[in-house]
Write a protein that binds this ligand. Sequence first.
Ligand code: ATP
Length: 234
Amino acid sequence: MKPILQVSGMHTYYGRSHILFDVALSVYEGETVCLMGRNGAGKTTTFRSLAGLTPPRAGEVVFKGKPCTRLPAYRMARLGLGFVPEDRRILGPLTVKENLELGKVPGRKGPWTMSRVLDQFPVLRDMPHRLGGTLSGGEQQMLTIARALMGNPDLLLLDEPSEGLAPVIVAELRRLLLQLKQMGTTILLSEQNIRFALAVTDRVFIIDKGHIVYSGGIDDFRRNTELQQKYLSV
Ligand code: ATP
């Protein structure tokens, strides 16, 4: 397996506030990896640092073998990084199909066309002309993931995809992520939901107060209830 993403020594700030400390993580092709941590631990900041939205002040990000620390977001997208933000950012006055069109990234080609994406998301296929603003939270979450796939990413970053969703939608999301994995998609997601992470991921990193405090395979993580209690229970 080849590493698709390697991060080392990453420090990120918001103004004077030092948020991430010496963050290191890796993702290999075809894996689903989960960054876990409580509210405010630094998951979103890590993803924003990788996606070029809040550039790290120190450290190195290597994506597909290319050093790309501090590249702006549009360059990261063109290199093949798809980012699904926690707040979804669906455009309410646009239709489902128009929102999906916005996910296309210039110069990126791959298996994901409009019809393939819609085939994968029956809930969207059945209502291509509905306005984004009228969709339920679960439908909007599906639409943000579908929109990111339209850019044919080599690595999909999903920031807390299950947050705020009803259990039946979380189950649907779980099926979708397992399906994407079977199709060879490489995914780095962040989560607080331990059951969800156990069902979909291969490896886990835990972040706490901006520090990576654990890295391990899913079986080790499953057995380590003390660790789960210490860093993830509320
Ligand atoms: P959550 O689930 O609440 O989003 P998280 O693990 O994603 O948690 P971050 O959003 O990365 O955590 O936040 C990490 C820390 O950075 C928190 O202490 C938060 O208060 C702080 N923070 C986040 N955004 C900003 C900002 N724009 N300016 C200053 N501090 C911020």
